[in-house]
Design a protein around this ligand. Structure first.
Ligand SMILES: [Fe+2]
Ligand SMILES: [Fe+2]
Length: 435
């Protein structure tokens, strides 16, 4: 008897000090269909600190096709074993990155993170590629058919995901300062930019609650107008803000045209001058195009779609001088990835964050402590978001997520760094960090 459905795409998506999110999908066999049909069914998860002593920690008889289970009440720095089941099937890892020999999806083991030492200071949200106004979703992968058509009722998926993210950050994540790394809109039209600005104004005051930079999708229009400049920042101009803990956030405009990027000399020298005001002050940078050769050489569309080589290197040299600059956030590639720096002695982390608008569809939280920081990627929750995640899984003929999901370590990690110049912002410690 052929199986009526397939349980696949197992992911240990988020691992915090006290919780973990395990997700998978159940779908019909494809049988030549580009977008396979969801197969709603039940979900159960068992967990334990030894593989032979697992106990049932989650049971949901409500039939769904996109299963996302948050396991709470865990201890930091501890190994856990888990087993997930839908019907009579254990979901398998469906992508090369989750099917590596040591991946938690294959070993069915994960280790919770240990928070950095010192007092908790503040949380920053890192997000990008909301593509507001977009009609079909997909990243450019050369000659491959890249986009996936929204299903019935999903026409405004980009806005649905962005709005759901803002709601979630505001209501469940303690309203962190939001850093938006470009491709805020799909085409940079006056209407799309106004929509983005109105939604962000609903989240809070610009540069008090959020900061946004331009992506290639937000570039000036062919008719010479530049709606993005009117609501956000002028072309090739940096912006900066201080958050409640005193963290310095710098946004760079790396856009050039349709795809690739550059930083014109005037902006580069403004950037150097701003860093030189205090090279040691804890600082993060957001810029749409990733800044490393590692990113450029591993992106399927190739280096011409990235920041031009000399700016990558110049940027890294400028950032190396600023010893307080500890994280450089990029979007554009729609993937979770920790990049290797090129310049010798670089100390900043170069982090690409996956898109808000498409699979895995979420945002990263950067939790700051006096002794370092902790990064977690979270998928946007809710039924509408889950339905879109299920569908956008099939972008680029189903290949897109193979490049965008990243490894558990890309999405969840701790870095030790002296951030004691910052002060506690007074916001409550997020529940997942209460150990
Ligand atoms: Fe994008
Ligand atoms: Fe982009």
């Amino acid at each position: 008897m052929p199986k009526p459905f397939l349980a696949t795409d197992l992911e240990v998506l988020t691992v915090t000090p006290t919780s973990a999110v395990v997700s998978w999908i159940t779908r019909r066999i494809r049988r030549g269909r580009l977008v396979p049909e969801p197969f709603p069914t039940d979900a159960r998860v068992w967990l334990g600190t030894a593989s032979r002593h697992l106990r049932l920690v989650h049971e949901d008889a409500r039939p769904t096709a996109f299963h996302q289970v948050t396991i709470t009440g865990l201890e930091p720095g501890r190994e856990y074993h888990f087993r997930a089941i839908s019907g009579d099937q254990q979901p398998t890892p469906g992508m090369a990155i989750t099917n590596r020999r040591q991946s938690p999806e294959r070993t069915h083991r994960f280790i919770t993170l240990t928070p950095p030492p010192g007092r908790y200071l503040e949380t920053i949200a890192l997000a990008n590629d909301s593509h507001l106004g977009e009609k079909r979703q997909g990243i450019v992968l050369g000659p491959l058919p890249t986009s996936v058509k929204p299903g019935p009722g999903q026409k405004d998926y980009a806005q649905v995901m962005f709005t759901a993210m803002l709601d979630e950050l505001g209501s469940r994540r303690g309203h962190p300062f939001l850093v938006l790394g470009g491709d805020v809109t799909s085409k940079g039209t006056a209407e799309q930019v106004a929509c983005a600005r109105a939604l962000l104004d609903g989240y809070g005051t610009r540069h008090e609650s959020w900061l946004a930079v331009r992506g290639n999708h937000d570039r000036p229009l062919r008719d010479g107008t530049d709606p993005f400049a009117e609501s956000f920042t002028e072309y090739q101009t940096l912006c900066t803000s201080r958050t409640a803990s005193g963290l310095r956030v710098i946004g760079l405009d790396t856009t050039r045209g349709a795809g690739g990027g550059w930083i014109l000399p005037a902006q580069m020298s403004d950037f150097r001058a701003l860093l030189a005001e205090d090279h040691d002050w804890p600082t993060i940078v957001t810029a749409h195009h990733p800044a490393t050769n590692d990113a450029a050489m591993t992106y399927p569309s190739g280096p011409q779609f990235m920041l031009r080589l000399r700016d990558r290197i110049e940027l890294q040299h400028a950032e190396r001088k600023a010893r307080g600059l500890f994280l450089h956030h990029a979007g554009h590639t729609h993937r979770m990835r920790r990049d290797r720096a090129d310049v010798q002695g670089a100390s900043a982390e170069y982090l690409e964050v996956a898109a808000c608008s498409s699979y895995p569809a979420g945002y990263a939280l950067l939790h700051l402590y006096e002794g370092g920081y902790l990064v977690n990627f979270w998928r946007i929750g809710g039924d509408d978001a889950a339905a879109w995640q299920m569908r956008s899984r099939w972008q680029s003929m189903g290949l897109g997520p193979l490049f965008t999901v990243g490894s558990t370590n890309d999405r969840n990690h701790v870095v030790l760094k002296d951030l004691s110049d910052l002060r506690p912002s007074g916001t409550p410690v997020p529940p997942e960090l209460q150990v």
